[in-house]
Ligand binder design. Structure first.
Ligand SMILES: Cc1ncc(COP(=O)(O)O)c(C=O)c1O
Length: 438
């Protein structure tokens, strides 16, 4: 029997952390009100709650317009459509992101071009964008993740030089700011998700923000089955779909938005404390902070595990041990999208991959992005945001658990354990073993 819980010792913590999603009587009352109104759906568009929530969400991020819609994946599709992406256009995306940042590009028969991430931020590395540009590039789609922003100054400069658009994937960045501009408001459009794990949630849901009236109108039409937009200045006529949000979701999201600033303050204070406690621990690394990121969106807390320092003991062993100490954690949160089992691209389904070529582009073998690969398979440790919503003592427990595992790493050498196996399991396989899937 060792000291670590995974080798038979006493777990550092048995008490669960703050529950997520969080709600109060505010959500219950809002839901009851919608129920009693018998006005439940997204039509007429935008419906009452969806309209007021969208206005508040736009204001919160400093954008002129917002559409609340079905989820974050379709928000990206809507944004691509709004800026006028056409079949065969190329869109630059970071390799290290959720598959939903990339799928909509293919769905519109455009072509994703993967670019590696910056090891200091885990976000799109602007220094690699120029090399990936071609005459077909029409947009750059940075993803703000790991509590960091992609360098929006450089990305906007490149986009302005090339006269191409920028869509910010802000699924992790609710309330975050770059040079005091809200997430999604520096680029031409921003996309948010309100899926269960996110900083604000209605179970599912999403938002598209922009300050460009033409994009806003095209997006409205696309989300609302092709119907004319409210102002209809541009008279766009296109085939649209029903991507509307329900009044129930919008009502919950209004309550969640009111609560976000206070929650964000708590999370940020606890995460700062956590980072201070671990800052000098050999074998752990931290992403860099950037002064231009004037407000951090405290979504999952991400740090680096350096296997070389621990004699090659793999990250899965560290994570399995940490989880057995009572701290939920993840490593394979994302894979480089081109390698993911959730990205089985069949060129036959996406004709643009073959246009002008003797052989179709094979997105799965074309790329090797070393920083993304290292982050995904060896280095990144993701701690869910809700565990930082508690007290200073809760945060100390998280730090103490990490320290305990680091101090007893020798117990993990060569260890086999189901908790370790689970930490090596990809997102594609997990539903088979996890009861709760975010
Ligand atoms: C970075 C990123 N982009 C896009 C999405 C898609 O959002 P949704 O799950 O609401 O469709 C997610 C959601 O997990 C995400 O994390």
């Amino acid at each position: 029997m060792g000291k670590l819980a995974i080798t038979g010792g006493k777990p550092l913590r048995r008490k669960p952390f703050s529950a997520w999603p969080a709600y109060t009587g505010r959500e219950l009352a809002a839901l009851k009100q919608v129920l009693a109104s018998r006005n439940w759906g997204g039509y007429p568009f935008p419906n009452a709650k969806a309209g007021t929530f969208a206005q508040k969400f736009a204001r919160f991020h400093g954008a002129k317009y917002c559409i609340a819609l079905a989820n974050g994946t379709v928000a990206i599709e809507v944004a691509l459509k709004a800026i006028g992406i056409k079949p065969g256009d190329e869109v630059i995306v970071p390799a290290y992101t959720w598959e939903g940042s990339v799928g909509p590009i293919l769905l519109l028969n455009a072509v994703p071009v993967f670019v590696d991430i910056d090891p200091d931020t885990y976000c799109l590395d602007h220094r690699l964008i120029e090399k990936a540009l071609t005459p077909k590039t029409r947009a750059i789609l940075p993803v703000h993740l790991a509590m960091r922003f992609a360098d929006m100054d450089e990305i906007m400069r490149i986009a302005a030089d090339r006269k191409i658009a920028v869509i910010e994937d802000c699924a992790h960045a609710h309330g975050g700011r770059w040079r005091n501009k809200g997430a999604g408001a520096s680029g031409d459009a921003g996309c948010f998700s309100f899926q269960s794990s996110k900083l604000m949630t209605a179970g599912e849901g999403g938002a598209f923000v922009t300050s460009n009236l033409e994009y806003y109108e095209r997006a409205q039409s696309y989300v609302n089955c092709g119907r004319a937009s409210i102002t209809d200045n541009y008279r766009h006529r296109l085939i649209g779909f029903n991507y509307r949000i329900t009044e129930f979701q919008a009502a919950i999201l209004e309550a969640q938005l009111e609560r976000l600033p206070q929650q964000a303050k708590t999370r940020r204070a606890n995460m700062n404390h956590f980072e201070k406690r671990l800052a000098r621990i050999p074998g752990l690394g931290f992403l860099k902070r950037d002064k231009r990121n004037t407000r951090i969106a405290a979504y999952q807390y991400v740090f680096k595990y350096q296997p070389e320092h621990f004699g090659g003991i793999p990250r899965a062993a560290f994570l399995g041990a940490l989880e057995m100490e009572g701290v939920p954690c993840d490593g394979l949160f994302y894979e480089p999208v081109y390698r993911s089992a959730l990205f089985p691209v069949d060129a036959g389904e996406f004709p643009a991959l073959s246009w002008g070529r003797t052989e179709p582009l094979d997105l799965k073998s074309l790329y090797h992005c070393p920083v993304s690969e290292r982050a995904a398979y060896h280095e990144s440790v993701w701690l869910p945001h809700h565990i930082f919503l508690g007290t200073r003592k809760d945060t100390d427990d998280i730090a103490d658990a990490v320290l305990k595992v680091c101090e007893n790493m020798d117990e993990l050498r060569g260890l086999k354990h189901p908790a370790i196996d689970r930490k090596d399991m990809s997102r594609a396989e997990r539903p088979r073993v996890e009861k709760r899937q975010w």
